[in-house]
Design a protein around this ligand. Structure first.
Ligand SMILES: NC(=O)c1ccc[n+]([C@@H]2O[C@H](COP(=O)([O-])OP(=O)(O)OC[C@H]3O[C@@H](n4cnc5c(N)ncnc54)[C@H](OP(=O)(O)O)[C@@H]3O)[C@@H](O)[C@H]2O)c1
Length: 257
């Protein structure tokens, strides 16, 4: 009786940063659950590979080359999806990056690149999509991919941490403002998952040991373990979850020491 509420049949979704890693896994999961998915990033060849996965699930894709740090790109992408599919039910703000400089070495340019990619892009995409969702009877779902680094202090760099912490707070305030439009706004906060962003770090056994020492489940996450929570938040099964960040972290953030 409850399982159908996890399905996304007929839904139209946008996933940013869908060319590889977590974004590709989430786009694939939404398609498997029944959604058509518009996929955004700057590298078309990556998006073509993701599109094939979506088609293998029997769903449609829209490849939209987009630099999400640019307002005109964000606006054009949302307009294209609306024109092609008539509605946008789900937005996943996943595009992100990091430059791991120590605080005293951070340049203004690094600050702007990280903040624009991880935070400003998510706000612009939410704003552009929110304008449409507000006028849809069915409302919509906005899910941003933050990080454990936005919640506890880690050695991942101060700018990345600040951008991801701001995403958590952005999620709460958008939820406050847009709940009345039937737009659910939530975030997921991953701990370590193996993707092109992290594969070099995770190739170092001593780095992995440090991670596992503070991970109660004693293993690195597998991408399907992140896809399930994202589908839940995008589906009717998650309809009363609002303004929350769901940490998908093997228990990392529960510790008090
Ligand atoms: N992997 C982890 O363990 C982990 C943990 C916590 C949080 N996260 C977060 O999860 C998200 C995805 O991470 P990932 O590990 O999958 O990273 P990834 O493998 O490096 O993939 C990042 C994706 O974002 C896209 N992207 C980056 N800048 C963009 C821009 N300006 N415009 C459009 N697309 C852009 C990239 O495509 P192009 O470069 O081709 O544009 C790529 O498709 C990020 O927000 C990251 O902070 C990851």
């Amino acid at each position: 009786m409850y399982l159908p509420s996890f399905r996304l049949d007929g839904k139209k979704a946008i996933v940013t940063g869908a060319g590889r890693g977590i974004g590709r896994a989430l786009a694939s999961a939404l398609a498997e659950a029944g959604a058509d998915v518009a996929i955004l990033s700057r590298t078309v060849s990556d998006l073509e590979e993701t599109a094939e996965i979506i088609h293998n699930h029997g769903k449609q894709s829209l490849i939209i080359p987009t630099d999400v740090t640019k307002r005109e790109d964000a606006s054009r992408a949302v307009k294209m999806v609306k024109e092609e599919w008539g509605s946008i039910d789900i937005l996943i703000n996943n595009a992100g990056m990091n430059i791991r400089s120590k605080a005293l070495d951070v340049t203004d340019e690094e600050w702007e690149t990280i903040m624009n990619t991880n935070l400003k892009s998510a706000f612009m995409m939410a704003q552009e999509t929110g304008k449409l969702m507000k006028d849809q009877e069915t409302g919509g779902r906005i899910i941003s991919v933050t990080s454990v680094a936005g919640h506890v202090a880690l050695r991942t760099g101060v700018v990345y941490a600040a951008s991801k912490a701001a995403l958590i707070q952005m999620t709460k305030v958008l939820a406050l403002e847009w709940g009345k439009y039937n737009i659910n706004v939530n975030a997921i906060g991953p701990w370590y998952f193996k993707t092109p962003l992290t594969e070099k770090l995770l190739a170092d056994p001593s780095y992995v040991k440090d991670i596992l020492d503070v991970t109660p489940l004693k293993r690195i996450g597998e991408l399907p373990e992140l896809a399930g929570p994202a589908v839940f938040l995008a589906s009717d099964a998650g309809s009363y979850v609002h303004g929350q960040t769901l940490f998908v972290d093997g228990g990392m953030t529960i510790q008090g020491f």
